[in-house]
Design a protein around this ligand. Sequence first.
Ligand code: SDX
Length: 427
Amino acid sequence: MSDTATFEYKGKKIEFPVVEGTENEIGIDIKTLRASAGVITLDPGYKNTGSCESAITYLDGEKGILRYRGYAIEDLAEKANFLEVAYLLIFGELPNKEQLDKFHSDIKANSEVDEDVKKIVDSFPRTAHPMGVLSSLTSALTAFNPSCVDINSEEDMYNAIVKIMGKFPVLAAWTLRRRNSKPYDYGNASLGYVENMLYMMFKKPNEEYKLNPVVVDALDKLLILHADHEQNCSTSTVRIVGSSHAGLFASLSAGVSALWGPLHGGANQAVIEMLEGIKEDGGDTAKYMEKAKDKNDSFRLMGFGHRVYKNFDPRAKIIKKSADEVLGDLGVEDPVLSIAKGLEKQALEDDYFVKRKLYPNVDFYSGIIYRALGIPTEMFTVMFALGRLPGWIAQWREMRLKKEPIGRPRQIYVGENLRPFVEVSKR
Ligand code: SDX
């Protein structure tokens, strides 16, 4: 007899089955709650509510653990490359050389974007935020690739996956090139996946693009660290949009928009803007610590805190170490790095932050590396999206293959009770 949980309300006792995951996480399956007890649960922000069972990513927020398909993030960041990790997340196993080579060549064979998409890119103001442009272009792909994924066909699913893995970096690069008034480039098929991202973003029309291995390695590692993070806001968005059987590209476009928010992926841009503001204001970190703690001040210490991690975000640890290495290798002096380290030190010794278990998250140091790599601030969240793409795909694929029901939360109504209509002449 599997474990159960007893719910009692107004003298009525109901048993609900308990689900235990492979890492001993416990969930109470309340699928029959409303039918059997006539009540629903209420959990704004879903802080205590699981939306699914998933075999893709495991987090332990208390212990600061992150694993993709059982592999520790520390191992993957150190020993794997981003395309290997993308394959692992999507298909569940690390690829052998033949599988990886085929995956990459299929992606390259599908990386062309219809020339007419350039007209859409050109229609945006150069000052448009790249995340708004990228979300629109991703959605526009559905117009140029109208066939919906037949989830009963592994081949159809695979083809859709290599299509978006090929085209998304092109769209991201074109977004930047539009801002910089540079011609749009399809990249160079002889390059690696991450190398080609850099090539498409930064190649000047009149000179060879020289790849810096330090930059390539740093970006590859950052993309791995951003690749998936279980049911975060943007992934949950991709899942719920996909649960209506909207297409993969439409679901991903929604995920890009959700990621844009400064409380989520947009935090990496907000962190740098915050650090720059503190630098401009004389570098008085203590003043900003007080502002972050002041309930009457809307200022938050961006890059700090996390819904799940109540200990160090393991990605932040890796990125902080990488920031020192990359800036050292590139000979870049960035004053905001010492401001960031000063804030971190003060926060880790401050009761307000310690009591609320607020630690640096993935966004706190990542922008410092992106900046050292020559990536403009407004493109930081696009880089997050480039990393998160395989995670979104993997989660969408898992949800569709499991034939999950359409996502449709309930609510508790707190508005007006029934009242008679009143003619306008009598109001
Ligand atoms: C990402 O979910 C994921 O996995 C996301 C992500 C991924 O890989 O997909 O990890 C990526 O989005 C990382 C988070 C990036 N966002 C930021 O850095 C923005 C700054 N941080 C926050 O706004 C906040 O910490 C959240 C949004 C990340 C988490 O918010 P929660 O879980 O809803 O917690 P909360 O807002 O209720 O905060 C709890 C308390 C509050 O104080 P009290 O009301 O208890 O007195 O902590 C305080 C908050 O005011 N607090 C902060 C703070 N974050 C929380 N106070 C000052 N500065 C902060 N950054």
